[in-house]
Ligand binder design. Sequence first.
Ligand SMILES: Cc1cc2nc3c(=O)[nH]c(=O)nc-3n(C[C@H](O)[C@H](O)[C@H](O)COP(=O)(O)OP(=O)(O)OC[C@H]3O[C@@H](n4cnc5c(N)ncnc54)[C@H](O)[C@@H]3O)c2cc1C
Length: 422
Amino acid sequence: MTRTNLNHTGTSVAIVGAGLSGLCLAQYLRRNGIDAQVYERDAAPFARPQGYRITVDADGLGALRESLPAHLYDLAVAVAGRSGGYFRFTNQHLREAFKLTFEETEDGERQMDRQVLRSILLVGLEDRVHYGRKAAAIETGSGATRLRFEDGASVTARVVIAADGIGSALRDQILPGGGPADSGVAGIYGRTPLVQGGSRVLPAELDRSGVLSLGGRSGRAVFFTAMEFSQDPKAAFAERVPGAPVVDVGDYVMWGVVMPQSDIPAGTAWNDAPALHRLAEAIAADYHPAVRRLISAADPEATILSHFAVGRRPEPWAIPNAAVMGDAVHAMPPFGAHGGNTALRDASLLGAKLVAAYETGGSPSAIDDALAAYRDEMIPYAFKAVDMAEGMMRRLTGSKGVQKWVMLKLLPSLHRPLVPTG
Ligand SMILES: Cc1cc2nc3c(=O)[nH]c(=O)nc-3n(C[C@H](O)[C@H](O)[C@H](O)COP(=O)(O)OP(=O)(O)OC[C@H]3O[C@@H](n4cnc5c(N)ncnc54)[C@H](O)[C@@H]3O)c2cc1C
């Protein structure tokens, strides 16, 4: 993909990062007639392996409904997995401690493939997303806000929104000292095609289930769940948005192996897929054979490493005409599946605030009030999710506690393994 020329002067909203929140905000603004441009560091929309599924809950679905044109929202729901099913907590032998049951409802939470969702969020934004543009800094003063890229190019905009994820390059300027804390815990994520050699890799007993399987060794756990598309994404795109590109992906099981960061050999790169796959297999070596088979049968190239971080409550934005959203401001461990949902919620909230400010003339003070109001409303829901995710991670991966003993020993001892061994 070639890079577009940047002749954007005085764009209304410059969004940094074409991830979930950046694209969702761009859709919201486009739908309301506001000029927004998105700058993405990757060379192309699907340049990196990021192919995991996310559970989109009522918050995420609500944000997508408010931001996307109706036909794109319908497309997202049409290809997503069915709502309903189970979430099972087990020990490493797949003996269940307890399960949560979710009813199948029209608007219930459902699984979406992150790259398919990004494909949908990109429809209609083709001329507004600029790849190979790594933002480096914001310059303020003399009336305009200038966004500078690493390659020396720059654009001016009325507002700059940093939606550039956990390693945000702009956060230090907008939120000095606001970077997330390292949790000391990490996850290796992978994916395994659901059907191999004509049979499903997931035993029938685990159909429609997410499983969090706590390890015998302190701090270790394995999580897995299937991404089963209700409709093949390629076919659904061809029918509903002909010509729009979509990633080529079939049904798969996403799994994650959670461990203390000290279990990862020093210098292991986040995308050294073969080494990470071997490490995931080694860590799951004392797990139920069904779990081991699932990890062994993975597409090794799709394995990635993620260090879990915990965001800090933001101070007021330190520079005018700029704000931060999504993981860049409220990173959270992936316990409870709220990171992406919270990022989508930010996008629709911030979109609504900016639209209201532009509708009343878009004066600098109206825009700064809108950005401040977004921050004030975002903090309570986002940091409730951060606190919950961190608390859950500590309880489930900590070494002590009655709750852990009940989860790992007492309750599982009352049940047979969900899947017979052998
Ligand atoms: C394996 C896994 C499973 C998950 N499951 C769930 C789930 O079930 N439910 C859920 O709610 N959340 C889930 N999450 C979390 C969710 O994916 C994130 O919270 C979400 O993607 C955050 O969205 P974002 O827009 O803030 O950032 P991102 O989606 O990370 O997007 C940031 C974008 O900014 C770009 N960028 C970075 N730096 C720059 C720069 N300097 N200049 C320009 N562009 C830049 C990046 O390339 C990227 O495209 C999961 C995460 C992982 C890793």
